[in-house]
Ligand binder design. Structure first.
Ligand code: ATP
Ligand code: MG
Length: 297
């Protein structure tokens, strides 16, 4: 709506996990490197966790681009509320297994053959499960068993589990200790630091067509970082609404009042801004000390 007004070629704060907007913060860079390394070195299980909206699905999209480019076959499950039967059916559709997709035995046989054939040709195969914190115990157990398939050169199926922090908690339970032991790499995404959040917003605006944006000042971006706790999805939502209000008011710059309105409407929960704590060198203390009765040494 506001794109033409500000001069954007496309919406800078789209909510979709679009890799073309990727901002390579250190933690995202590391997470992606871990995912790729895990696949390439046939590590077996890799787990990516993180708070809601920190970029897990975006990382998986980047990994999918990499797998496409490398012609590595993969199955990618984005709906994790599945029964065991549905899980095997989805898996066989994604990997295009030629068998009765409703028979777990047939799917397993066909999958095993496929994995062995691909491994013999020096190729690997990947299973990606997003929202893995929702997986039922019995489906996770089937996934663990798939992770056991191996030849002498390594695991036949590389498994990436991504999910919210409950996934970490789940994997720490005694029931899952066998799976936990098999996890070769584990990484976690957190909110951006202040500097990252500012660079993130600027990079999205640059990608959308304005390389040196002056719409949201650095000071305002600091407040946005505080109120969103650096969570990318919240930053997107706040900035999107902020640009919308600025546009509605025909202003080329966003103001603190506009931001207050946006965050109040969004009912954002954030800690109070840090209170000002003067240290000993602060003049007020110096004055107060001066009021103390004079004591000769
Ligand atoms: N490094 C990044 N570069 C660019 N955009 C990002 C980055 N990280 C997150 N985002 C953006 O933040 C939003 C939320 O990201 P994403 O959907 O990947 O989060 P998530 O961790 O999968 O969330 P959920 O826990 O709800 O599944 C998306 O719009 C995405 O484009
Ligand atoms: Mg996600």
């Amino acid at each position: 709506m506001y794109n033409a007004f500000f001069g954007f070629a496309q919406n800078p704060f789209n909510m979709s996990p679009d890799p073309s907007f990727l901002y390579r913060s250190r933690q995202h860079e590391e997470a992606l490197a871990n995912l790729i390394y895990g696949v390439q070195s046939r590590k077996g299980f890799v787990v990516l966790t993180g708070e809601v909206g920190t970029g897990k699905t975006t990382m998986l999209e980047c990994l999918r681009d990499f797998l496409h480019a490398q012609q590595i076959a993969f199955a990618s499950l984005f709906n994790s509320r599945l029964t065991v039967e549905q899980f095997f059916e989805m898996l066989s559709y994604d990997l295009d297994l030629r068998c009765n997709k409703l028979s777990k035995t047939e799917v397993l046989l066909s999958l095993n053959n496929m994995l062995l054939e691909r491994a013999a040709a020096g190729r690997t195969t990947v299973l990606i499960v997003d929202e893995a914190h929702n997986l039922e115990w019995d489906v996770l157990e089937e996934i663990r068993l798939l992770g056991n398939l191996e030849n002498r050169r390594g695991k036949l199926l590389q498994i990436i589990l991504a999910g919210q922090q409950e996934l970490d908690t789940k994997l720490d339970k005694p029931d899952f200790r066998q799976l936990k032991q098999r996890i070769a790499l584990r990484c976690t995404l957190r909110g951006f630091t202040q500097a990252e959040a500012i660079a993130y917003v600027n990079s999205r605006m640059a990608r959308a067509g304005i390389p040196e944006q002056t719409i949201i000042s650095a000071d305002l971006l600091e407040v946005i970082h505080h109120r969103t706790q650096g969570i990318p999805r919240l930053i997107n939502a706040v900035c999107d609404n902020l640009l919308l209000i600025a546009f509605a008011m025909e202003s080329k710059t966003a103001s603190r009042d506009m931001l207050d309105e946006v965050t109040a409407d969004m009912k954002l929960d954030y800690p109070p801004e840090t209170a000002f704590n003067p240290d000993n060198s602060f003049p007020e203390n110096v004055f107060r000390r001066a009021e103390l009765p004079y004591q000769a040494d």
